[in-house]
Design a protein around this ligand. Sequence first.
Ligand code: CDT
Length: 314
Amino acid sequence: MTGARRITVSAAQLGPVPLAASRAETLARLIKLLEEAAVAGSELVVFPEAALTPFFPHWLVEDAAELNGYYESELPGPNTQELFDAARELRLAFVLGYAERTAGDRRFNTAVLVDEGGEVVHRYRKIHLPGFRDVTPGTPFQNLEKRYFEVGDLGFGVQPWRNTTVGLAICNDRRWAETYRVLALRGAKLVCLGYNTPATTPHLAESDRLADFQNHLSMQAGAYQNSMWVVGAAKAGVEEGVAQIGGSAIIAPSGEIIATATTRGDELVTAEIDLDMASRYRRDVFNFAQHRRPEHYLPIVEPVATGNEYTETS
Ligand code: CDT
């Protein structure tokens, strides 16, 4: 194996971003993590979903000016230029999750891949938006992503970067098998994602004790079943009263976690990864061309279960 096929990557976990924090204060935390990553020899740093702000879908924002303040309408822009400059000076690529507001006032939960020259080379808009459009009474916090964002309109694209092919996903996407499979079918060997995951789920309290387990389970299964590296970065800790899990991790195509966060604060998780490992697993166990048989999946013997029998109102 040649050295050129190994790269060092980091998940930059963030602790809570308080409502009272200025963008400059938050950006300074991201830049500090970039500087640590450079010292650690990292070449790619993955920041969480909505890294620049508190995760505002956790509450109802009725004031339009306040709501607009959570979105970025240009990237880089006045709120992010310093981060782009720092990364370019350090020759670091990074993945940044943020709330995007387009020129036509469309709003998406977005992540971008910025290369080491400071260019946005790939954009992904979150497809699996969890939660609701309307407030659920009687719950300690909301998830109003369906209110604040449209479903992503860019599909699951991939981007050649360095010696590999990168795919992006965001938070809830990581729980869906289709995310990894579509990215894998398109050739992704390295999937980067950020997340804001509450430690409790008001509507499914039985899963609370499993929040950390299910986080890793989703990413490990995606990595193994699709022969890809997964780098997951959390926004962790108690943010405006909502406790969020940490567990940022770098996961190999074997499904093994090779590095993980130990805190619920700002923490850099770094590992050297062997890009050829994804190809080796995909040549053998998960050789899609040789073993996958999608043409045989749909002719299901009756009765056909649609999976839609259960609805929230039933
Ligand atoms: N931000 C986000 O997508 N959060 C969701 C919360 C759902 S709780 C099971 C997540 O999947 O982590």
